[in-house]
Each structure stands twice: as structure tokens, then as C-alpha cells.
Design a protein around this ligand. Structure first.
Ligand code: PMP
Length: 427
């Protein structure tokens, strides 16, 4: 055990689940690469969804944050804050939500907390629908809408939560159905449920489940849900914490793959929008956002420091069409990995959109999830100089690939080659 890890174990909670048998200390990064304390360089195929949406140490963001830190960081709830207004204006416009209002938090958990607060207040109900296998955060309310077993250990939730089918396409009672029949079965299930309960406040759902292993429900599922929800006055909260900002390539928001019948009532976002600065947020139409009788609800949400980072990062993303890059480079990467996966009996599926790609591993010749194989590939990829993530619903048996959105074709090929040899190596 290295010295820093020993000190970490002495002073931090045991449940901080670090990756790798020998945990990694990342000391610096540039572009799509990071370096560890021993000077080893890694191509980063996971940081894009954690902290770093565009690129590590992006000069535009570094400069904006440095200048802002040298000027002022003060309360954004008591005084006017220009960068906060400017970022809210940009996000409101991008949201496609009519008459949108934006509220900034410091994390995705807090954003979902706020969304649940808004929905339950607006609808005067503490019943909420969530998807099986979902992940929405670790606070009291968000654990209560998290269906992923590994992440919802001990909560006595303040909400009454009912879990709905549809987030996971590959397993469960409807897995054998084709896309249309799957959507129809999930809609029937939702309709039946709603027929037996008082109207819930909202359905909260990730368009693609992130922690759950980058699952891919058929396009249109949430559009079909929306019709049923609308008839009962149930709000739709799209958790875009992982799927937002063009990561899925074809669309700027994950919900756009589904909803031809208009945007969600509430959208939440977080993670890489600040490229390392802690930004989360909620977008909702004015009527819903203003239903709270509140006196602001966050000290650090929307400070000038994080807003400066967000403005510079979002500006870079839009000016360089990183959504288009995610579509092009992600498309090539998915194709390449599918070709590899087709040759390996322990690869059940390569799925995803844009630069959000999941590889699900099973015991060869069976449908049984293989979390050990996922861990082995994670370790082998690291040996080869590549960082990837893992996730999954019932077992952590999916590899997760989510690089910074500026990934080049050459880097995609380099990473795919390392991943291919890691995947072959577990034979
Ligand atoms: N929603 C989703 C879909 C997430 O993936 C996460 C984080 N993994 C969260 C919410 C919580 O975000 P945070 O960790 O910033 O609180």
C-alpha cells in the first residue's frame, strides 16, 4: 500500500470506493490525457463524464477561473451576479423549455433534490415514480429515488417511490421483446400502475442510465411515457447529469432522442459543465420554478467562480461543435468496439450513443453478468495506459467509456486498441 493510500485509509471513510487494486493518484492532465504521481501517462476514457467535459486543463477555463478568483467571489443569492445571469440565459435558451428559469446548485444530487422539491411542492404530492436501476444521487431524497441496488443501501426515504420498467433494455421481464413491443409493455405497466394510485408528483428518469451501465432504452420510450403522464398531470423530470451537453452526439440533451412531443417539465444537469468547477442546476418553466415559497436555497450555487468556468467551458463546447465531434468520433469508436465485441463470447453487448459507450461483460456462453471480468479489464486497460469506468445495475459488469468531448480520431483509435487487448486478455 503506498503512503498516500495508507493515509487516505486512516482518515477518510471506508466507503469511498477507489478504483484499482493499487489506487491511482492523478496529479495533472492536458487535453484527453492525465498523468499519475509516478509520471505514467494515461488516455482518459472516463473523466469526461466525471469532471472534465471538454478537455483537461482547458486554457480558456483556466484563464477565466484564475481571473475571476483574482477579482471577486461573493454571494450569488444576495447580490446581482453577472456571470450567473449570463450562464442562465445561455442554458435557458439551449433547454427548449418555454419561459425557462435556471437555478444553480453545486452538484447533481442537489440539482435532483431541488427538482424533487419543486415537483412535490407544485403537485402537492410526495409520491414519485422512478426507473428501476436508476441513479440520482446520495442525499436523503435522491437515494430514495435511486433504484440501483448498489447505491441505495439504507435510506428511509421521505418520498413514496414506485419503480417503473423501461430504463434497462437487456434484462428483466420485457427483455425478449423487440423495441416497439418493449415500449408498449412498459407503457402498459406505467398505465396500470397509475390506475391504482393517487397521481404522483413526477417521474424522474435518466434518458440513458449512467451509473447503471450506459443502458439504451429504445428511442421514443419517454415520449410514450409522457403522453400517459400528461393525462394524469404527472411531471417529467429528465436527469441529464450524464447525458447532457451533446455527449450523446445526435442530440444536445438525452431526452431529445425520445420526445418529439416537447421537452420535459424539469431538467437537471451537473458534472462536466464546469470542467472541474462544481456546478449543478435545475431548469424548469417559470410556473414550476416559482412555486416555491423560498428565500434562495444555496450559498455556493452559482458563485462567480463556478459560473466563469461554466461560461468558458460551454462557450468552448459550442464554438468547437463538440456535440458534432461526439457524434463523429463516438460513432467510429462504437463501430470499432462492436467489431471487437462480436468476436468475444464474453462481450454481451456494446451499446451507446456518441461518446457514452457501455460494454457489458458476461460469463462466456451464458447471460450471467461478470463483474470480475469488468474489474480485470479495468486493471488491464490501466496497465496499457487507458482509464475507463465501470457500472451496471444488478452487478457492476459493464465498462463505461466517456472521454472528454474533444477526443480526436487518433486518440479514439489508440484507446480502442488498448481496450481490445485488455478485453482479449481476460480469455
Ligand atoms: N444523477 C446522475 C444521472 C448521476 O450520474 C449522478 C452522479 N453519478 C448524480 C445525479 C449525482 O451527481 P453528483 O455526484 O454531482 O451529486
Amino acid at each position: 500500500m503506498n503512503d498516500l493510500y495508507a493515509r487516505h485509509r486512516n482518515v477518510l471513510p471506508d466507503w469511498l470506493a477507489l478504483y484499482y487494486e493499487e489506487p491511482l493518484e492523478i496529479t495533472h492532465g492536458e487535453g484527453r490525457h492525465v498523468w499519475d504521481a509516478d509520471g505514467n501517462r494515461y488516455l482518459d476514457f472516463f473523466g469526461g463524464i466525471l469532471t472534465t467535459m471538454t478537455a483537461h486543463a482547458l486554457p480558456e477555463v483556466t484563464k477565466a477561473v484564475g481571473e475571476q478568483a483574482g477579482r471577486i467571489v461573493h454571494s450569488s443569492t444576495l447580490y446581482l451576479n453577472r456571470p450567473m445571469v449570463e450562464l442562465a440565459e445561455r442554458i435557458a435558451k439551449l433547454s427548449a423549455i418555454p419561459n425557462a428559469r435556471v437555478f444553480f446548485t453545486t452538484s447533481g444530487t442537489e440539482a435532483n433534490d431541488t427538482a424533487l422539491l419543486l415537483a412535490t411542492t407544485y403537485r402537492r404530492s410526495n409520491t414519485v415514480l422512478a426507473m428501476r436501476n436508476s441513479y440520482h444521487g446520495r442525499s436523503f431524497s435522491t437515494v430514495g429515488v435511486t433504484g440501483n441496488r448498489g447505491w441505495s443501501p439504507t435510506s428511509l426515504s421521505p418520498l413514496q417511490t414506485l419503480y417503473v420498467h423501461g430504463g434497462v433494455r437487456t434484462r428483466g421481464p420485457f427483455a425478449h421483446l423487440d423495441d416497439d413491443a418493449f415500449v408498449a409493455a412498459c407503457v402498459d405497466d406505467l398505465t396500470d400502475l397509475l390506475g391504482h394510485i393517487r397521481p404522483p408528483a413526477a417521474l424522474i428518469a435518466e434518458p440513458i442510465q449512467g451509473v447503471g451501465g450506459f443502458t439504451s432504452p429504445p428511442d421514443g420510450l419517454y415520449a410514450a411515457f409522457r403522453e400517459v403522464l400528461r393525462q394524469r398531470g404527472v411531471l417529467w423530470i429528465a436527469d441529464e447529469v450524464q447525458t447532457g451537453w451533446g455527449r450523446t452526439g445526435e442530440n444536445f440533451w438525452g431526452w431529445q432522442a425520445h420526445a418529439r412531443n416537447g421537452p420535459p417539465d424539469i431538467v437537471t444537469f451537473a458534472k462536466g459543465i464546469g470542467n472541474g468547477a462544481s456546478i449543478g442546476g435545475v431548469i424548469a418553466g417559470a410556473e414550476i420554478m416559482n412555486c416555491l415559497d423560498a428565500n434562495s436555497i444555496s450559498t455556493f450555487g452559482g458563485t462567480q467562480l463556478t459560473m466563469a468556468a461554466g461560461l468558458a467551458n460551454l462557450g468552448y463546447l459550442l464554438e468547437h461543435d463538440l456535440q458534432g465531434n461526439a457524434r463523429r468520433v463516438g460513432g467510429l469508436l462504437i463501430e470499432r468496439l462492436r467489431a471487437v465485441g462480436a468476436q468475444l463470447p464474453w462481450v454481451r453487448e456494446v451499446r451507446g450513443r456518441g461518446l457514452m459507450i457501455g460494454i457489458e461483460l458476461v460469463k462466456p456462453g451464458t447471460d450471467e453478468a461478470d463483474p470480475q471480468a469488468a474489474s480485470a479489464v479495468l486493471e488491464a486497460a490501466r496497465e496499457g495506459g487507458l482509464l475507463v469506468g465501470k457500472g451496471g445495475g444488478h452487478d457492476t459488469s459493464a465498462l463505461r467509456i466517456a472521454p472528454p468531448l474533444s477526443l480526436t480520431v487518433a486518440e479514439a483509435e489508440e484507446g480502442a486498441a488498448i481496450l481490445e487487448s485488455a478485453l482479449r486478455g481476460i480469455a
